[in-house]
Design a protein around this ligand. Structure first.
Ligand code: AMP
Length: 583
């Protein structure tokens, strides 16, 4: 492994009075758990994320401070104080209780970034239920898999999205209630028979709810994440994760009381809940939520208009901004910005440096994943940045680079990125799949599925995934999920899916398919297959490219060799093909 380090970059805006000093191996008790004393526990010793994020501020001078400033895609705006959110989430907790839900029941959202998604999430947590937010761009198949597996009893959605998944709803016997939010009356006929209307339920519910009774070990949030094989798994977190989400908001994102914070992640992915909901509000910070999608001009405009001070985004978005040039940001007043960070994919060194030229500060890369629940490795504010490195583990997080037997590898050598279990926001289960959960642990390590190496100064460098999971624009895509959708097309016999390198999205999904007898390869068939999977999955995860080939390379046991498809695509050596099936 080559260890040619990039030069250290000093962040001129870094000197911060409350974030970590240069961390060089504090004792474990100077750790994330030290944040426990900064939270307000429930009177009976319990812990509840909604209480920490919302209610506790209402006993302080932050009660009428703006918590959420929302801008809709048509330019509508709304703002909510912590007190507004307390009352509204009380109401939604009562709605759930009135519907007969009890502790541990699953409530899912399939909604765009509307304020109601935040009210639903925290109301659900107050009621002791588990919240599962789904990515709003999904098509019917991914939504069905997740609702079916989780046994969700309530789905909160909006008319347009409900219509998109109408066909799957009758096949979900455990789904008892569909609550529809018709924001600004945007839809003409919002209700289907037996659906419940959000505003009706909320109007009838009391805004007093005093019976929050959750412990640190009660389940709180679940997010589905993709693996190489099988359907996505529901990674389940507990209320205890708030400890790490709160303190990393402070230490890594440098959140301070007067900040205006903007996290661009969708609540359907873990960054959108841990850092788009919990971290800012437990830190008592005002956050901006923009309903619309990416647009370079609009994004710079949001920073300017709302005076955003701390910005948490993703490498693909930064690369898209870079494509528009460094002059565009100069035509906006971005002087409010104090700190910028990114997560989800490797952040190219050029992107870190671009930040300095274009927005006046480097981008701070950090690493974590659905299962870790919160940031684990980071270039935190007081640290010198090594462009291209994910940074260093947070105090109390013990990270190792290990070999297949679980032994630690020497500095500079690549291996499996692993973490010693026990960090506060560690996932507790894959929903109803203990075998898969157990398979993630080996010799006292949690295996992250990533490969990395550590340099002699303790900085970690991402190398790649150790499995076939594809990372496209920060979304993990399991090849199996895409292959399953492809072979539902009547012409497709077999499918193999890989990640193809892409300068903006890091990887795009590429599919190879072979056809059933009687079908001829043609452009129109290829387009038909492309359109078919797009309606089933989501544009973000459906294959960008489909190539029709005669047959797919398989092992003797019949497994499609994605590794070989990828090597061929990239023109790389094919490696060991001794297990390859002979034609
Ligand atoms: P998810 O569980 O969907 O949040 O995806 C987590 C995965 O995204 C990690 O396991 C990595 O493969 C990738 N990832 C997240 N952050 C980084 C980063 N800073 N650098 C490189 N890869 C990252």
């Amino acid at each position: 492994m080559e260890t040619s380090y990039s030069p250290i970059l000093k962040d001129p805006k870094s000197a911060s009075e409350h974030n970590l000093g240069e961390y060089s191996g504090f004792a474990a008790d100077f750790s994330l758990n030290s944040a426990e004393s900064e939270l307000d526990w429930l009177p009976n010793g319990g812990l509840n994320i909604a209480y920490e994020a919302i209610d506790r501020h209402c006993k302080t001078n932050r009660q009428y401070k703006k918590a959420l400033i929302w801008e809709g895609k048509a330019g509508e705006t709304e703002s909510y104080t912590f007190e507004d959110l307390r009352l509204l989430t009380n109401k939604f907790a009562n709605v759930l209780q009135n519907l007969g839900l009890s502790k541990g029941d699953r409530v899912f959202t399939f909604m765009e970034r509307l304020p109601e998604i935040y009210i639903t999430a925290f109301g659900t947590l107050k009621a002791g239920c588990i919240i599962g937010p789904l990515f709003s761009a999904f098509g019917p198949d991914p939504v069905k898999d997740r609702l079916e597996n989780s046994g969700a009893t309530v789905l909160v959605t909006q008319p347009e999205l409900r219509a998109r998944i109408a066909e799957i709803l009758p096949s979900l016997p455990e789904l008892k209630h569909i609550i529809v939010v018709n924001k600004f009356g945007r839809a003409e006929n919002p209700l289907v028979e037996n659906d419940l209307e959000w505003s009706d339920l909320m109007n009838l519910a009391s805004d007093e709810f005093n019976s929050i009774e959750t412990s640190r070990d009660d389940y709180s949030i679940m997010h589905y994440t993709s693996g190489t094989t099988g359907k996505p798994k529901g990674a389940v977190h507990r209320h205890n994760s708030v400890i790490q989400q709160y303190i990393t908001g402070k230490w890594v994102l440098d959140l301070r009381p007067d900040d205006v914070y903007w996290c661009t992640a969708d609540p359907g992915w873990v960054t959108g809940t841990s850092y788009g909901m919990v971290a800012p509000w437990t830190n008592g910070v005002t956050q901006i939520v923009y309903e619309g999608g990416f647009s370079a001009r609009k994004w710079y405009d949001i920073i300017q208009q709302y005076g955003v001070t701390v910005w948490y985004t993703a490498p693909t978005a930064i690369r898209m901004l870079m494509k528009q040039g460094a002059d565009l940001p100069k035509s906006y007043d971005l002087s409010s910005l104090r700190y910028t960070a990114s997560v989800g994919e490797p952040l190219n060194p050029e992107a870190v440096v671009w930040g300095i030229n274009a927005i006046g500060m480097p981008i701070h890369d950090n690493w974590w994943q659905t299962e870790t629940g919160a940031i684990m490795i980071a270039n935190y504010p007081s640290m010198d940045i090594r462009p291209g490195s994910m940074g260093k583990p947070l105090p109390g997080i013990n990270v190792g680079i290990i070999d297949e037997e679980g032994n630690e590898k020497p500095v500079g050598e690549g291996g499996n990125l692993a973490v010693q279990p026990g960090w506060p926001s560690m996932f507790q289960a894959y929903w109803q799949d203990s075998e898969r959960y157990d398979s993630r642990f080996k010799q006292g390590w949690y295996l992250t599925g990533d490969e990395a190496y550590k340099d002699e100064d303790g900085y970690y460098w991402f190398v790649g995934r150790s499995d076939d999971v594809i990372n496209t624009a920060g979304h993990l895509v399991g090849p199996f999920e895409v292959e399953s959708a492809l072979i539902e097309h009547p012409a497709v016999a077999e499918a193999g899916v890989i990640g193809k390198p892409d300068p903006i999205a890091m990887e795009v999904v590429k599919a190879f398919v072979s056809l059933k007898e009687g079908y001829e390869a043609s452009d129109s068939l290829r387009r038909d297959i492309t359109g078919f999977v797009r309606t089933k999955l989501a544009a973000a995860v459906a294959p960008r490219e489909i190539e029709i080939i005669d047959s797919l390379p398989k092992t003797r046991s019949g497994k499609i060799m994605r590794r070989l498809l990828k090597a061929r695509e990239l023109g790389l050596p094919e490696g060991d093909t001794s297990t390859l099936e002979e034609d």
